[in-house]
Design a protein around this ligand. Structure first.
Ligand SMILES: Cc1cc2nc3c(=O)[nH]c(=O)nc-3n(C[C@H](O)[C@H](O)[C@H](O)COP(=O)(O)O)c2cc1C
Ligand SMILES: O=C(O)C(=O)c1ccccc1
Length: 356
């Protein structure tokens, strides 16, 4: 195999390897997939204003997030069921990642992932109707040394994923959400023609009444910082912080929830302005290159997360593949910092963009 030099090449290699149903589950968005496409297009539209005559002999990609030093400002977004693409699943991803947000629907246990992790771990939560599932995950994350919780708020139910519906997609029996009661997850394994099992499962098990008071309740349950994921507006950023959130993740769930929602990078400036330095602002959705990372930081992100790219690397070559994808992005980021005259991340601000 020739060396793969870009994230796009990992994507193509992963597509060649994965069964079509698994590929469509991962690649797909909701509805007409407009937001899925917009996440990529929005980055492409942000032209850079490089500066020259700057000493760029010592580029420094490191950053601090919630008191922890990271080698790069790039982590892995919470993505369900890594074992769909590689038998080691999240354990391999955790070895490769500088920083990983573990999904509530991880296919390895929180403790196995913690034992393997190279960097900080956060745990993502859904608002299960059975609140003891949420509380149990919080206790286990605390005990296993996770450093933050991420409450996903863009999923009162799973979006209309037409690729999943057409295939009657269900989670294969051998791959389970290792940290959630099997009874809660049973319906994710029942294939029905013309329906996504995940949509059905989410309608039954996720609580769509989630509101600000519930966020405040969650924050009161734990000393861990709680970030709110799925924020696309200044109003929701303000509401999240007012009810105890330590920060936000600007995200449209990789174009898998409300189709037609704004591209995440296009929502970033508004959210960052509302947060106004009171906590970290992360971004995910469509980050595929080092220059995308730089664009997001210029618009106010503290760090970014990649979702699908981590799975592409994992699918191609397990732990080394996931590491290689993150290394490609880091190498491109360093290059972009040197070539744009911004050798430190603290030098990255809206002046980097032609039309911020
Ligand atoms: C296959 C797949 C599964 C996902 N599972 C979850 C999940 O369990 N929890 C969650 O908060 N977000 C989930 N997401 C959304 C990601 O956290 C993230 O928002 C999105 O993938 C970022 O976009 P990107 O894939 O373009 O990088 C999932 C995304 C994908 C593609
Ligand atoms: O969050 C998702 O995008 C996702 O795919 C999912 C997986 C399992 C249950 C609910 C949603």
């Amino acid at each position: 195999m020739d060396a793969l030099l870009t994230v796009a090449e990992y994507e193509a290699a992963a597509r060649d390897r994965l069964p079509a149903g698994i590929w469509d589950y991962i690649a797909g968005g909701s509805g007409q997939e407009r937001t899925l496409a917009a996440n990529l297009d929005a980055f492409a539209r942000l032209a850079l204003r490089p500066r020259c005559l700057v000493d760029v002999s010592r580029p420094d990609l490191s950053t601090e997030l919630l008191g922890v030093r990271l080698r790069t400002p790039v982590g892995v977004a919470p993505v369900a069921y890594h074992r769909l693409v590689h038998p080691e699943g999240e354990v391999a991803t955790a070895r490769a990642a500088g920083f990983l947000v573990v999904s509530a629907f991880a296919s390895r246990t929180l403790e196995e992932i913690a034992a393997a992790a190279a960097g900080p771990l956060w745990l993502q939560l859904y608002w299960f109707r059975r609140r003891e599932v949420v509380a149990g995950l919080v206790r286990r994350a605390e005990a296993a040394g996770y450093r933050a919780l991420v409450l996903t708020v863009d999923t009162p139910r799973v979006g209309r994923r037409l690729r999943e519906a057409r295939r009657g997609f269900a989670i294969p029996a051998g791959i389970v959400a290792a940290n959630v009661d099997a009874a809660v997850m049973a319906r994710t394994h029942e294939a029905v023609d013309g329906e996504s099992a995940l949509v059905r499962h989410s309608r039954e098990q996720l609580d769509p009444s989630l509101g600000p008071a519930d966020l405040a309740w969650l924050c009161a349950q734990t000393d861990l910082p709680v970030l709110v994921k799925g924020v696309l507006t200044a109003e929701d950023a303000e509401l999240a912080l007012a009810h105890g959130a330590a920060g936000v993740v600007v995200s449209n769930h990789g174009g898998r929830q409300l189709d037609g929602a704004v591209a995440s990078v296009d929502a970033l400036a508004e959210v960052a302005a509302a947060v106004a330095g009171r906590g970290p602002v992360l971004l995910d959705g469509g980050v595929r290159t080092g220059t995308d990372v730089l664009r997001a930081l210029a618009l106010g992100a503290s760090a970014v997360l990649v979702g699908r790219p981590a799975l592409w690397g994992l699918a191609v070559d397990g732990e080394p593949g996931a590491r290689a994808v993150l290394d490609v992005i880091a190498a491109e980021l360093e290059d972009a910092m040197v070539l744009s005259g911004r050798p430190r991340l603290s030098d990255v601000d809206p002046s980097l963009l032609a039309r911020p």
